[in-house]
Design a binder for this molecule. Structure first.
Ligand SMILES: CSC[C@@H](O)[C@@H](O)C(=O)COP(=O)(O)O
Length: 349
């Protein structure tokens, strides 16, 4: 597999601990932090030091490995029960991205199949590494499929950071840009800054600039004007959870872009791995939307920008209804039309 970018890995297993790219410090500083306990992992997820659905999944899987390696019990049943408790603890870190639950449940299954504690510990670390390796291959395939939808010199619009640092590598919505660079295929992208915590300006602008991709930063309220005046050909976004009917939760602001895409009659694409689908939920109504602290809105860079005591509503995600989604791009190919019928075909071998 060829590697397109020199971007650092956002998550790396270092035999006895996790090395994490601190995404809160970007773009000013490229700082790595070491996570030694499941509590370090919980804190890193809650404080967005690691964010992006697949990266949260990978990190939480390694978090369970850290937990498992710390248990001091001779009983396999007790080991499994401790791991289940720690799984439940990590599950309370952030509710919306299903990749978190998907990854930690994979590790629980592995622990239940083991016949000794040593076997469980070995298999758990192998499974976590496997999740990360699979995600890299998956994201590259998503990038190839996405690129097949674009023409030379297309200008796209995106929001948040669904990039290399939100995944094992390449990203989902940003994968076609990394691949286009590798293939000398001219593409450009406008990145919405993504209030309130600026994943677009801090992370996407940084990541694509590092990779030499033609990226232009705009504020979120410039999207309609930009689509019109810059002749944007399509919008492409990532996803945190896709339900059985194709409704898609992603970063707050995504729904608005989907409505704009319809108004301008341009395609609206969602790029996501199969690990982001939640077939236990029929529609987006059932997705829990994380609400985060008011300070993310009332403060910017540590400075207060709103009056004391103001009421704040701070949902971190919104749900785009399936009828606004032109196609969903996955590692298994591109689906469109009746998602309730198309999505199950992705899960057939
Ligand atoms: C490939 S990442 C896809 C999504 O997780 C991404 O678009 C997103 O909404 C991330 O939100 P965040 O709050 O930064 O974790």
């Amino acid at each position: 597999m060829s590697i397109t970018t020199n971007l650092p890995l956002s998550v790396e297993w270092k035999d006895s601990y996790i090395q994490l790219l601190d995404q809160q410090k970007l773009p000013q500083e490229t700082v790595f932090i070491d996570l030694h306990t499941i509590h370090d992992v919980f804190d890193a997820i809650v404080t967005l030091k690691v964010r992006g659905a697949p990266a949260i999944g990978i990190t939480s899987a390694y978090g369970l490995v850290l937990a498992a390696n710390s248990y001091n019990t001779a009983s396999l049943a007790e080991f499994q029960s401790l791991l289940r408790k720690d799984r439940d603890y990590l599950a309370t870190s952030r509710p919306t991205a299903v990749n978190l639950f998907w990854a930690i449940d994979r590790l629980i299954q592995v622990s239940l199949q083991a016949s000794s504690i040593n076997e469980a510990k070995t298999n758990l670390v192998h499974e976590a590494i496997q999740i990360q390796l699979e995600d890299e291959a998956t994201c590259r395939l998503i990038g190839e499929h996405a690129l097949s939808l674009f023409q030379k010199n297309d200008k796209l619009l995106t929001i948040c950071n669904a990039g290399s640092i939100a995944t094992a590598r390449y990203g989902t919505a940003l994968a076609p840009f990394h691949l286009a660079k590798e293939k000398n295929f001219p593409l450009s992208v406008f990145a919405c800054e993504t209030r309130p915590v600026l994943q677009g300006s801090r992370l996407t602008a940084w990541e694509l600039q590092q990779s030499g991709v033609d990226v232009t930063l705009i504020t979120d309220n410039m999207a309609a004007h930009t689509i019109k005046t810059k002749e944007i050909s399509a919008v492409i976004v990532g996803a945190d959870r896709i339900t059985a009917n194709g409704d898609t939760a992603n970063k707050i602001g995504t729904y608005g872009l989907a409505i704009l895409a319809k108004a301008f009659d341009i395609p609206f694409y969602v790029a996501a791995p199969l690990s982001t689908f939640d077939l236990s939920k029929e529609t987006g109504e059932e997705i829990e939307i994380e609400e985060r602290s008011p300070e993310e809105i009332t403060h910017l860079g540590g400075k207060q920008i709103a009056p004391d005591g103001i009421s704040v509503f701070n949902p971190a995600f919104d749900v785009t209804p399936n009828e606004l989604i032109t196609a969903i791009i996955t590692e298994k190919g591109i689906i469109k039309g009746d998602y309730t019928k198309a999505i199950p075909t992705l899960f057939k071998d």
